[in-house]
Ligand binder design. Structure first.
Ligand SMILES: [Zn+2]
Length: 169
């Protein structure tokens, strides 16, 4: 893609939010207690403009796509499926969570988002959402030609965020 035909378009945080509960584990034997955040996200798509429409991607389409992805997390407990210290098991309509072998929580399954991440840090949430967004964009024919990268920022408190960039080139 020629450098003069590269743009960045963003949909910012106020449109793409989710309120979720989580806890993270630290090095050693420390684990947070359950608490919540009003997470805010920003998605940025980098690419060339379409010669007919002169946009990289339709904002409405980008917003709807991200809204769908964060709605899966909204009002749920975010649980990591790849954390070696946290054991998450589905049992009927429940999800049981143990930390270092000791039972800790039982949640209704419908209130949980089981995520393929090692810890529910903003870094891992940003990477997860960027990967989901990339696959969504790749499913939509025509876009992959123009899109060079996708970037997702997840903020858990004001001024405290992580950004992950995934290149499609
Ligand atoms: Zn937290």
């Amino acid at each position: 893609m020629p450098p003069h035909n590269r743009f960045k378009v963003s949909v910012t945080k106020d449109h793409i939010v989710f309120a979720s509960a989580h806890f993270i584990t630290f090095a050693g034997h420390r684990c947070e207690t359950l608490h919540g955040h009003n997470y805010r996200t920003r998605v940025t798509v980098e690419g060339g403009v379409d010669p007919e429409t002169h946009f990289v991607i339709d904002f409405a389409e980008l917003k709807q796509m991200m809204k769908r992805l964060v709605d899966e997390l909204d009002h749920r407990v975010l649980l990591p499926l790849q954390n070696p210290k946290v054991d998450v098991k589905e049992q009927g309509d429940s999800v049981t969570v143990a930390y270092e072998g000791a039972p800790r929580y039982v949640f209704p399954k419908r209130d949980c988002a089981l995520l393929p991440v090692p810890n529910t840090t903003v870094e891992m949430l940003a990477q997860y959402l960027a990967g989901r967004a990339r696959r969504e964009l790749e499913r939509t024919a025509g876009h992959t030609v123009n899109i060079a990268a996708i970037e997702v920022e997840v903020e858990e408190n004001f001024g405290q965020s992580a950004t992950y960039r995934e290149s499609l080139e």
